[in-house]
Design a protein around this ligand. Structure first.
Ligand code: NAD
Ligand code: UDP
Length: 347
């Protein structure tokens, strides 16, 4: 059992990972600027696990504060979730993305060097594969980016690989997530989008709860079985457990990239039907032209993660929809108050 410093630990994937780390007996120290989250998620994790989390509100680009927090925490390893993740916003405000995601990661590496920490798990994304050239996508697939968000992840990955060449006694695991969805089975923590969701499942969930009129399906003329886009959706709890494995597996000094997905793709219409079944709600929808930059199909080869981490995703599409709906249904306004929901709903 060890102590883990979690940047961005108050966010969607961070809260679920903190929960699994605590349940596996680890100690957790969260550092987050709360720019896309609140303390409530972590308070609920503390409630579920009956354990406390040490929290420091701070920014990963603030070298002094971060180094002080790392030193104070006396943690043995770091999971780095902190960053911005909205593709559209990265196009209109690329500098914010380079600052948070690239400068943030650079500042973290320097702070880790300063305090003598050498073990890091980094949140990357399947977006670094660009347009898939073969399926399923394995870790040797060529890398490219189609938007500034993707480029910040690629630059950060390159920086980590260069850093490892200079410091070969480090242990760096780059986790490339496919499409995280769902929520913890308690229904107490989940994804809480601040603006209109861009991603499919949170959007469908907001249609089901009555916050939005209908789902716009971007394209039904793809070369897929039903013409809609296919993605590898992974339950956020499976993803979180992947992080626990990455932290706990004793590996030699290395810098490795691992896909975290299920290895199986589902179309937009398959997800929609599964969510209708899970929620008992009809999801009105309409077809629109393809969204620029979208690919027809994307799913992972998971062999590498299975063999190195002894991990594989256990939860299926039904579990993802049932758990996502439970969270949405119990928390119609996310971590906001139900009064906010009532007023939004009434207008
Ligand atoms: P999230 O926005 O819910 O969580 C990110 C957390 O980081 C938030 O709590 C936010 O307040 C914090 N944060 C942001 N900038 C910070 C900064 N400069 N200093 C300190 N804290 C900061 O997002 P998430 O979905 O939990 O994603 C976590 C990580 O996983 C991100 O790096 C994201 O790019 C990556 N990722 C997410 C997805 C996805 O679909 N959710 C897919 C692939 C990769
Ligand atoms: N999608 C859609 N309507 C939406 C959001 C997404 O039709 O409102 C489709 C999108 O075109 C893609 C799939 O759902 O085929 C998954 O999209 P998401 O943005 O969740 O993931 P990404 O495309 O980034 O992998």
């Amino acid at each position: 059992m060890s102590s883990i410093f979690v940047t961005g630990g108050a966010g969607y994937i961070g809260t679920h990972t903190c929960l699994e780390l605590l349940q596996a007996g680890h100690k957790v120290f969260v550092y987050d600027n709360l720019s896309n989250s609140s303390r409530l998620g972590l308070e609920r994790v503390e409630r579920i696990t009956n354990t406390s989390i040490e929290f420091i509100e701070g920014d990963v680009t603030d070298a002094n504060a971060l180094t002080r927090a790392l030193q104070h925490s006396q943690c043995e390893s770091v999971i780095h979730f902190a960053g911005l993740k909205a593709v559209g916003e990265s196009v209109t405000n690329p500098l914010a993305y380079y600052h948070n995601n690239v400068v943030g990661t650079l500042t973290l590496l320097r702070a880790m060097l300063a305090v003598g920490l050498k073990k890091l798990v980094f949140s990357s994304s399947a977006t670094v594969y660009g347009e898939p050239q073969l399926l399923p996508i394995d870790e040797a697939h060529p890398l490219s980016a189609t938007n500034p968000y993707g480029r910040t992840k690629l630059v950060a990955e390159d920086m980590l690989r260069d850093h490892f060449r200079a410091y070969p006694d480090w242990n760096i695991t780059i986790l490339r997530y496919f499409n995280p969805v769902g929520a913890h089975e308690s229904g107490l923590i989940g994804e809480d989008p601040k603006d209109t969701p861009n991603n499919l499942m949170p959007y469908i969930a907001q249609v089901a709860i009555g916050l939005r009129d209908r789902l716009n399906i971007w394209g039904n003329d793809y070369p897929t079985a039903d013409g809609t886009g296919v993605r590898d959706y992974i339950h956020v709890v499976d993803l979180a457990i992947g992080h626990v494995k990455a932290i706990a597996t004793p590996t030699p000094s290395q810098c490795i990239e691992l896909n975290l997905g299920t290895g199986r793709g589902y179309s937009v219409l398959e997800v929609l039907r599964a969510f209708e079944l899970a929620s008992g709600k009809a999801i009105p929808h309409e077809f629109f032209p393809r969204r620029p930059g979208d690919v027809a199909a994307c799913y992972a080869s998971t062999k590498q993660a299975e063999s190195i981490l002894q991990w594989r995703a256990e939860r299926n599409l039904e579990d993802m929809c049932v758990d996502h709906w439970r969270w949405q249904h119990l928390n119609p306004a996310g971590y906001g108050s139900n009064n906010d929901f009532a007023s939004k709903h009434a207008t």
